[in-house]
Design a protein around this ligand. Structure first.
Ligand code: PLP
Length: 467
């Protein structure tokens, strides 16, 4: 390609890598950016500028503009990939945005054991090796009424581990209405196959009776499996068999019953004016041999899978070699223990566990927050309004439940809702909202302390960039 004289002239004025590096270093506090990042940014900026000259995109090139380009690259490189976002969607247990926020007490325990040795697997009374689950087993039993408990990495792992142990190549009888798929391709039939068990479907999609289970029993039956349909609901002409009924049949025929609750909760949401979700205590009281549930859905703790049940079954599960592959790490264990301790007093749990606090937030509280946000935004040239909408629990919990919320609609003159949504998402930190009826919406239910000023900052920048 033949370059014109003006282009050659521009290329000659480009700074060298060393000049650029010196200029960049001079602007940064010492040792804040690794030299490798500086060099890569300087090279990238020079290369991009050269390309702009070749393509006739940039009429004037000076050191300042190349420095600005390099600085933008350094900023991108130095920004953590996993970083906080503002959740204005109103979805409380938002799987894509990190599910549950940890209680302060949980964070304190992570800090306490994170940079110290701990008795993770060390019995301080005997001075011998201990069990990692002992930090939480008694607490879980105390809260749920179960005889024994253990924890793994997540509930998907708990289900796999339990099926692998309990079914062990035999048949597990499941209702056709409960063959759940969870997001991320976790499907009960596939997990069953992976565990080496054989799934025996009974009943129909909308109605399954006790006799369906009874008639399916053979010498090969190893388990009755109940799965809580946590992310969908079968309504209308329906019938399902309760855990208690299955336990009665199972006891008579010597078949254990497993109940996968998914979004396990220790709190009866019925007491807070919400749809009652089956509690772990209810399943245990009904006599289920094994109950599995998530630590970071409605429970509001760290990602984990909790298994409670009879001593005999938990003992067998602990001996399964898969346990090692699914084991919970110490930071999670520390956070889980702290979260569980809050459940000893339900009022404390509801006040201090962010997921429960947001779930039980009244419409009036959201209105107070909405008005405060509108006040914060009032100096900006944007139009705001309160809107009566609904938040969702999310995360595969309470699929039909809508939590009445007072939301804030934000409009920027001359900017469409989707352009605003995108600009907010690209802010630092990213602000994630939703669009309803062509209006950009932020739901105060999921906003945290300090988010109002972050929203103000982001909107100011967007307004500024357009003028
Ligand atoms: C969410 C869910 C799981 C998987 O739990 P994770 O904690 O996401 O691994 C399993 N079963 C049911 C019924 C669920 O709702």
């Amino acid at each position: 390609m033949k370059l014109r004289d003006t282009q050659k002239q521009l290329l000659r004025t480009l700074p060298g890598v060393d000049t650029l590096l010196d200029a960049l270093s001079a602007e940064l506090p010492p040792h804040t950016v690794p030299r490798s990042v500086l060099i890569a940014a300087a090279r990238d900026a020079l290369e991009a500028t050269r390309r702009a000259i070749f393509n006739d995109e940039e009429p004037t090139i000076d050191l300042a503009s190349v420095i600005t380009l390099a600085q933008a690259r350094i900023e991108t490189q130095m920004r953590p990939n996993l970083r906080p976002v503002v959740n204005g969607t109103g979805v409380v247990v938002h799987t894509n945005l990190g599910r549950s926020l940890l209680a302060d007490a949980a964070l304190e325990r992570i800090m306490a054991v994170g940079n110290r040795y701990s008795n993770l697997e060390f019995n301080l009374s005997t001075g011998k090796r201990g069990l990692r689950y002992s930090a939480v087993e008694e607490l879980i039993c105390e809260i749920t009424g179960a005889d024994a408990a253990m924890v793994v990495n997540n509930n998907a792992g708990a289900v796999l581990l339990c099926l692998d142990t309990l079914v062990n190549g035999k048949e597990a009888i499941v209702s056709r209405g409960e063959l759940v798929e969870i997001g991320g391709a976790f499907r009960i039939p596939d997990v069953m196959t992976k565990s080496g068990g054989i799934l025996k479907e009974v009943g129909t999609t909308n109605r399954t009776h006790l006799r369906d289970y009874e008639e399916a029993i053979t010498d090969e039956t190893g388990l009755f499996l109940k799965v809580h349909t946590s992310n969908y609901s079968i309504v209308g002409f329906t019938a399902a068999v309760s855990v208690a009924e299955l336990v009665a049949l199972g006891t008579e025929r010597n078949i254990p019953v497993m109940d996968d609750l998914g979004s396990g909760t220790f709190v009866n949401f019925g007491h807070y004016g919400l749809t009652a979700e089956p509690t772990v205590q209810q399943s245990v009281a009904a006599g289920a041999d094994i109950v599995t549930f998530s630590g970071d859905k409605l429970l509001g703790g760290p990602q984990s899978g909790i298994i409670v049940g009879s001593k005999k079954q938990i003992e067998a599960i602990r001996k399964n070699p898969l346990t090692r592959a699914l084991r919970i790490d110490k930071l999670t264990l520390a956070a889980l223990e702290a979260t569980l301790r809050l459940y000893r007093d339900e009022a404390e749990a509801v006040a201090k566990i962010p997921t429960l606090r947001m779930m039980t937030m009244s419409r009036d509280e959201t209105e107070v927050q909405a008005k405060a946000l509108i006040k914060t935004l009032s100096p900006l040239p944007v139009t705001t309004q309160t809107l009566a909408l609904a938040s969702r629990p999310g995360g595969g919990s309470l699929p039909l439940l809508e939590l009445p919320s007072c939301c804030v609609g934000i409009t920027l003159p001359g900017m469409g809702a989707s352009a605003l949504e995108k600009a907010m998402r690209k802010s630092h930190p990213p602000i994630i909202g939703r669009i309803e009826n062509e209006t950009y919406i932020l739901d105060p239910r999921t906003l945290q302390e300090g988010d109002d000023s972050l929203i103000f900052e982001a909107l100011s920048q967007i307004v500024e960039a357009r003028t």
